[in-house]
Design a protein around this ligand. Structure first.
Ligand SMILES: [Zn+2]
Length: 139
């Protein structure tokens, strides 16, 4: 059943989310993947959908800019994540406090059942406690 988190739990979720934007691993993986893509595209002479293909170039030449492009792409994405990342934790989903139906982050704050919707991170699912008749999946 869904249980509302205590204010301390909500604070902890928000704190962890706030700190996670400084984690460089996902950003580094994205930078390597993008740089690899661009280097391979240069290597095989692919210039995109709207430009004619060029001649393939030697691999050493195509990958000569790989480390620099990794660093530049990493810095751009990392700076974006640190300074402009969306603040709500999780995916920003909303949950109805009455029927517990989930909705997207841009759904109206009033549910069809008449209840109001809150950010889902303010709630947690606890398995095996079906004491409430308010749970939507009492079967
Ligand atoms: Zn509802």
């Amino acid at each position: 059943m869904w249980i509302r988190r205590t204010p301390d739990e909500v604070f902890e979720v928000e704190r962890r989310h706030d700190l996670s934007r400084f984690n460089p691993i996902a950003t580094a993986a994205m930078a390597v993947a993008l740089s690899l893509f661009f280097s391979i595209a240069r290597w095989i002479g692919w210039r995109g959908k709207f430009a004619p293909s060029g001649d393939p170039i030697p691999m050493e030449e195509a990958f000569s800019g790989f480390p620099a492009s990794c660093i530049v792409i990493f810095l751009i994405i990392y700076a974006y994540r640190v300074f402009f990342r969306d603040n709500p934790p999780c995916d920003g989903a909303l949950i109805c406090t009455t029927c517990f139906e989930a909705a997207g982050r841009y759904a109206p704050t009033k549910c069809g059942c008449g209840g109001s919707r809150e950010p889902q991170y303010m709630w947690r699912w606890e398995e095996g406690r079906r004491l409430s008749s308010r749970s939507p999946r009492n079967d």
